[in-house]
Design a binder for this molecule. Sequence first.
Ligand code: NAD
Length: 467
Amino acid sequence: MTTTEPIPTTDLAAIPAEVDRLRVAVRQGVTRPIEWREAQLDGIIRFAKEHTDALIDAMEADLGRPRIEGWLADVSSAITEAEYVRKHVRKWAKPRRAKLPLNALPGSARIVPEPLGVALIISPWNYPVNLVLEPMTAALAAGNAVALKPSELAPATSSLIARVLPRYLDERAFAVFEGGVDVSTAVLKEQFDHIFFTGSTAVGRVVMRAAAEHLTPVTLELGGKSPVIVADDADLDVAATRIAWGKTFNAGQTCIAPDYVLASAKVRDQLVERIAAAWTTFFGDDAAASPDLGRIVNGRHHQRLVDLLDGQPVAVGGSHDASARFLEPTIVVDPDPTSPLMTDEIFGPILPVLTVESIDEAINFVNDRPKPLALYAFTSDDELSGKIMGSTSSGGGCINHTLLHFTPHELPFGGVGPSGMGRYHGQAGFDTFSNLRGILRKPTAIDPPLLYPPYTDRKVAALKKLT
Ligand code: NAD
């Protein structure tokens, strides 16, 4: 693992003029033509393909993350999403026919997607390529100019994107602001037509407050504690492997990582044993020596995770090394539900497993807490998975797997309540960055006076019949 230099920070005084520059491009109609949008998507695809190795190097330097994880979750998924959007954008951008009720005839109605204008995209460090390129794909496909603020906590990736990506795009409609909270705060003072924020729930509140000043609509892709409910009838080997994988992919620093598990006393110990066994299969007897387990992003987060374990009943793992930012995959059985481990998003390779007496108790446990970004249910019984999904709420989730609902282009991705608002991926992303304008066209050849005053008794009677 190498440690990268901090990034150069954007000059705060230059921000307003940069945003104005983007607004001018939008006003001049630069971003509207479908050919322009397709060219930007081609640019994103070419950038990611031509710089795959450099992007993966940068993520390895920033996060100490296995290279294949950088490919799978960041580069390859961003390319396939951009290719999918590139293929469909012409169709999505076309006016959509809407039916009219009899009393609105004669006439025709269309929903016309139009660009919102200048979109601000603020990204986190944990998937620093994907969470820049996928929102940008949606924003550019919908014909917007983009102001981007990548994360200062992934400095090598931020710097590569800021230096190289503009060469692949129309620079009249793209600006990058590099830096930390001061830059973000200054950018948020400007007026945008949409803000797409991915990050923590706490900063999501800051972003929404800033957006309220200009009444700017927001998409908030936030975090939270995503539960896993394992039923007694689940295939325990498969459940254990898939939970173990979801918890340690990117060292658990994934917004939709399984945060904690709820299982009955009947299966809990077997599940814990099998999750531990899966980790041994993944990382060998000495996880610290494994090249396949990512590291914790920085010393502050490492210490935060170590503190979460303080005084907890650790059943598996628990070792750590601050100098290598290493944390062994760890299971805590039945922690105090009011301890920070069970109230804060974990965002690391620590898995609390809690005993419940029944599926109903598991459902109540979930429903007593803020609505999560993802919910995972493991069971072989369709009726039971239907009951679990039907009596809880979450942004998304999987039955009998973890994490994988992020990738299908036709599954809108997003949170609910404190885990976020708004959706993207595929057409959902296109629609998020569009104003779906409802336009009614009426012929002028006939213009019955029924609607217009004076409201005579005859007109009133006729209107009441028709409406
Ligand atoms: P973060 O909220 O600390 O930072 C995100 C971005 O906001 C960064 O670019 C940062 O510079 C900026 N920022 C930080 N503090 C700010 C402030 N006070 N004012 C204005 N801007 C500020 O999040 P993070 O640590 O980078 O990422 C981890 C969090 O993101 C976790 O909670 C995780 O669940 C969440 N996340 C959510 C998704 C999703 O798709 N829902 C995806 C990845 C991460």
